[in-house]
Ligand binder design. Structure first.
Ligand code: UFG
Length: 327
């Protein structure tokens, strides 16, 4: 299929694009490079621009005969969304609705949406299933949920088939070590821990007084290649039977911040200084997914579930890219 991948120069988008291309799809990337990297898109046709620019995207859909869209472009930081909600409404909702409008104009009716565990808010039951209440505690989750809902209505109006993938905590790097996580500033736990291991400043531990076994927050770390595999399966499903599906993507196991740090100590063999800090606003205590529905509906199962194995791939990337992508 001819696929447009928005956010295709980003951490997850670049790995997804490669995996889809390996599967035989023709890929066009669009990325405004606000957080993505040109180097991560190397070897692909990349349009540098805004996926919410109707004129640009409308022309691409028609000229490039796009048959489906993989929509990853978004702002995706919980704490930033709390501080600047308007940015999240603009980037995640307004621009996405413009994209959907152009898809409709061009008769493109297949979309895979990059959604998030943040749609659930503070869990009332664990592991989290897709029918868990959705009460986001931050604008990031709120805007992704609003977009999911818009898609459901558009599907009901017979306009749009979609698969929404609710990622839990994406982590790790591509198997060949070429693609990995590079943000500036970096706020995510795994790359921050590895920076500390490489001799950087102590890693902050945001919250040591949670009601978890060791007092630190628990997350479900899912390998980026496993996320990419789910996109391949979602595209297959859309081309086979269309429909509307929303599923979690997690590895089903929760790891605390301290467990991640311990794993990084084992993997790197380095000393890893830490610094206890107050909780970060908007952070839930524990997020662990049930991915049973993705198993049943997509035939998906995570392969790299061992925390040390996930961190090992991220460490390989960190060592070979000490200054990130140089662009
Ligand atoms: N953390 C630290 N120190 C750091 C970085 C993070 O202690 O230097 C803690 C956080 O407070 C949190 C956990 O490690 O408890 C994971 O934090 P990340 O920033 O790596 O990831 P988040 O859980 O905040 O965010 C992820 C995705 C979001 C998604 C969110 C759902 O990146 O897109 O999960 O809550 F919305």
């Amino acid at each position: 299929m001819k696929l447009l991948v928005t956010g295709g120069a980003g951490y997850i988008g670049a790995v997804v694009a490669r995996r889809l291309r390996d599967e035989g799809h023709a890929i066009l990337l669009i990325d405004d490079l606000s957080t993505g990297h040109r180097a991560a898109a190397s070897g692909f046709e990349l349009v540098v621009g805004d996926c919410g620019d109707r004129r640009l995207v409308g022309a691409l859909m028609k000229e490039k005969r796009i048959e489906g869209v993989i929509h990853l472009a978004a702002s995706a930081l919980v704490s930033e969304s709390v501080a600047d909600p308007a940015k999240y409404y603009r980037n995640n909702l307004e621009r996405s609705l413009a994209l959907l409008g152009e898809m409709r104009e061009a008769g493109v009716a297949r979309l895979v949406l990059s959604s998030t565990a943040a749609v659930y808010g503070e869990p009332v039951a664990l592991p989290i299933q897709e029918d868990h209440p959705t009460q986001p505690t931050n604008p990031y989750g709120e805007t992704k949920l609003a977009l999911e809902r818009a898609l459901r209505w558009m599907h009901a109006a017979r306009g749009m088939d979609f698969v929404a993938l609710r990622y839990f905590n994406a982590a790790g790097a591509s198997a060949d070590g070429a693609l990995g996580e590079v943000h500036d500033p970096e706020t995510h736990l795994v790359p921050n821990v590895l920076k500390a291991a490489a001799g950087g400043s102590p890693v902050p531990i945001y919250g040591t007084d949670y009601a978890t076994p060791d007092g630190t927050a628990v997350r479900d770390y899912i390998h980026v290649e496993d996320i990419a595999e789910a996109h391949v399966l979602a595209v297959e499903r859309l081309s086979r039977r269309g429909g509307a599906l929303t599923v979690n993507l997690g590895n089903g196991a929760g790891f605390s911040v301290l467990q991640v740090i311990e794993a990084a100590r084992r993997v790197t063999g380095r000393d890893l200084p830490t610094r206890p800090m107050p909780r970060r606003p908007g952070d839930p205590e524990t997020l662990v997914a049930s991915s049973a529905l993705a198993g049943r509906e997509l035939g998906w199962a995570p392969r790299t579930t061992d925390l040390d194995a996930i961190i090992e791939t991220a460490w390989r990337f960190a060592r070979t890219h000490p200054r990130g992508f140089e662009d």
